[in-house]
Design a protein around this ligand. Structure first.
Ligand code: BDP
Length: 708
């Protein structure tokens, strides 16, 4: 009896420690033995077959590569899944990659308990290129990364290959991601050296059977800095030759290399303008080098200069004159908003402006401006807000999604990029719940018509509910941690999905509601510093550039009487934003300088509304703690405690944001904080005097939060 007890305890302990988040949403047991056949085996279909053999608990599956109907008009990685009453299941696609996606789809249905009955599925992706952008440096630091070091161990590559590389490829393939940029947009020229290209090749070889193509960020000055040429002028013949030779060298090593991502003439990075040339000169020169190999250039539109007027207008101003002049293997990569991944921005007016140039959205999965890996902020609603926005370019219904996915323009290349939140942390993303954002990016890139709720429900079921081990389930007494009766399963799903779906709005509310933006602490962007004023620093990096608080009111006048950014939007949207009575209130301070006593739709003054909204954000953070605690009996102990600890930090930070912003803005509004909302617990003078020690932000006690 004693022996049995200790065995059970061991098993429970084993189960608990296995739930460290490392398996992401892929927690199916690997003890099935399905019969799987394939008409044209290849390294990619071999992986599909292996996954099904190990995990599929149903009838035999046949994998058929075939190019017939219904695939003639569809992208190559489309697939069908069908159940034939007598002949098992067939997965069909024109390509091995489509077969692989079909296999993951079938397994997902099994884990969700939806694989029974009739199956008649036809799936095809909305974007051709579904790409992660790693902002990983060669020294393994990650710019804006909050989940440990870079996954890529450059020192050990190519000789030593971490098993995580394949796990990474598998996770991506399981949600349809088919491309990755390995290194930071602030790129070191060294990435193109022969030594590093060998390392890149090693990764590309691992990713290939999972259908993932490798891309690199390049430094525009590489011909000079790495190649030793006297210039990197794109019109210089030797420079052009250098890029062609470099492309040839890369494609010899990696025949299916995807292409380059370029940040040029932005935030101090070199670019064609350094040589008196244009974005077109720069992008086309590199595109010409890649063209013979079918490579592409993703040229970023994230450009702005101090002194050039409203930052929110600059990308549009710089790129519109070049519409139609880029080579056909160039696509312009545009951040979702016109400024910079703020908790809420309107969509960038460049979507729906360029009519003759392919444009792709870039979103940020890593939470640089949403509380790092400390705050839960489920981002599908934020990305959908952009994708579903109507640009009105071709009348009603010209959404950003339809503009960029080829529906309204027959673009040769369609793509969407996400700046990843992945690192060496055991749970990959720093916060267990931040895995939902990696998952959501992949699912939305595949099908942007999925709702945020559908994706959340799927992810929760796979990550927290799908049984981790059937064999363990059958013997462990602690049933509540493993196999769960359906009523309990739905408790987790309904509670947690409500929490996730509210989370991004909560962050907006306690950080920057009503269209406020860029109130972040200097440099690291964790925590509030609306008063920040660094002598000699760029004005467009100062919060006051954006909030413009004064004794009259607060907000950036971007109307016809101000910077006129509203004119960059099509009718009727431009007019709607321009008029304070029709501007959506969640963007009112983005577009208007609003008097403190302005009456809001709620009947409150702007000042009171601001106070109530900040407070609502804090209350939501508190409610997330309560919700999570109520789920304790359904969640494995390790992940329960990890998330509990993070939610505590989140609430602490939410209060800190509310106090910092309200006490600071109160110096201008000179109005009392209305009765009925939580009173400040911080002191403005003290908060202003100290700066957050970024290295210490997670574990710090209240009194250690700020250092001189
Ligand atoms: C900003 C980040 C900076 C990035 C830049 C970019 O703070 O680290 O280099 O975006 O996208 O938001 O290039």
């Amino acid at each position: 009896m004693k022996k049995l007890l200790s065995l059970l305890l061991l098993l429970i302990a084993g189960y608990a420690s296995a739930e460290d988040g490392s398996r992401l949403w892929l927690r199916a047991t690997a003890d099935a033995s399905a019969t799987v056949t394939c008409n044209k085996p290849s390294p990619v279909t071999d992986i599909a077959a292996k996954e099904l053999r190990m995990h599929w608990r149903g009838e035999p599956v046949s994998l058929n590569i075939q190019r017939t109907k219904p695939f003639s008009q569809l992208p190559a990685d489309s697939y069908t899944i069908r159940r034939h009453p007598k002949n098992g299941i067939s997965i069909e696609s024109p390509t091995g990659q489509g077969i692989l996606y079909g296999a993951y789809h079938l397994l997902r249905l099994q884990e969700l308990g939806q694989a029974g009955g009739e199956l008649q599925i036809l799936e095809s992706p909305r974007y051709n290129i579904r790409i992660l952008n790693h902002w990983d440096n060669l020294d393994r630091t990650v710019e804006r990364g909050y989940a440990g070091q870079s996954l890529w161990n450059w020192d050990e590559l190519p000789a030593v290959v971490s098993p995580r590389y394949e796990a990474y490829a598998r996770a991506n393939a399981s949600i349809g991601i088919n491309a990755t940029v390995l290194n930071n947009v602030n790129a070191s020229p060294q990435i193109l050296s022969a030594t590093y290209l060998e390392k890149v090749k090693a990764l590309a070889d691992i990713f290939r059977p999972y259908g993932i193509k490798v891309y690199l960020s390049i430094n525009f000055s590489s011909p000079a800095e790495l190649g030793g040429l006297p210039t990197s002028d794109p019109l210089d013949k030797a420079v052009q030759r250098w890029w062609k030779d470099k492309a040839n060298e890369i494609y010899k090593l990696i025949p299916d290399f995807g292409g380059f991502l370029v940040k040029a003439n932005s935030e101090g990075l070199p670019g064609p303008q350094d040589f008196g040339r244009t974005h077109v000169d720069g992008a086309n020169m590199i595109a010409d080098a890649l063209k013979p190999h079918k490579g592409i250039v993703m040229w970023r539109a994230f450009v702005y200069n101090p002194g050039d007027g409203d930052r929110a207008k600059q990308a549009y101003q710089e790129f519109m004159p070049f519409d139609g002049q880029f080579r056909d293997n160039v696509i312009i990569q545009v951040k979702n908003g016109p400024v910079d991944f703020q908790p809420r921005e309107p969509f960038s007016p460049l979507f729906g402006a360029m009519k003759n140039t392919p444009v792709m959205p870039e979103v940020q999965i890593t939470q640089e401006y949403l509380g790092f890996a400390n705050h839960v902020a489920y981002l599908a609603p934020m990305w959908k807000e952009c994708l579903d926005s109507d640009t009105y370019q071709q009348g009603f219904g010209s959404t950003v999604a339809k503009i960029t996915d080829g529906t309204l323009y027959p673009q040769k290349i369609t793509a969407i990029a996400g700046v990843t939140n992945i690192g060496t942390d055991t749970n990959w993303c720093g916060h267990h719940l931040a895995q939902a954002n990696w998952y959501a990016f992949g699912r939305l890139a595949w099908n942007h018509e999925l709702t945020s709720e559908e994706i959340a429900n799927e992810w929760i079921a796979l990550t927290f509910e799908s049984p981790a081990s059937t064999s363990l389930n059958s013997i462990t007494p602690n049933k509540q941690n493993t196999a769960q009766p359906n009523s309990q399963l739905s408790t987790v799903n309904s509670q947690l999905s409500t929490l996730l779906l509210e989370s991004r709005e909560a962050v907006v509310e306690y950080m920057m509601p009503l269209g406020l933006h860029h109130l972040f602490a200097w440099g690291h962007h964790y925590g509030p510093e609306p008063w920040c004023d660094i002598p000699g620093a760029r004005p467009d990096w100062m919060p006051s550039y954006y909030h413009k608080a004064d004794l009259d009111g607060i907000g950036f006048n971007r109307t016809h009487t101000g910077s006129n950014a509203t004119a960059q939007y099509h009718t009727p949207l431009g007019e709607q934003y321009n008029d304070i009575s029709t501007c959506p209130e969640n963007l009112i301070l983005w577009f208007h300088h609003v008097p403190w006593d302005h009456q809001m739709k709620s009947g409150r003054t702007l000042w009171d509304e601001l106070c109530y909204t900040y407070d609502r954000g804090v209350q939501k953070a508190r409610s997330f703690q309560k919700t999570w605690d109520s789920l304790e009996k359904y969640i494995d102990p390790q992940r329960f405690r990890d998330v509990q600890r993070k939610l505590k930090i989140q609430t602490r930070d939410a209060i800190w944001w509310k106090d910092a912003c309200l006490l600071y803005f109160q110096e201008f509004s000179r109005r009392p904080i209305p009765d009925g909302i939580e009173r400040p617990v911080h002191d403005l003078g003290r908060m202003k005097q100290y700066r957050l020690d970024i290295g210490n932000h997670e574990n710090a006690q209240e009194e250690d939060l700020f250092v001189k």
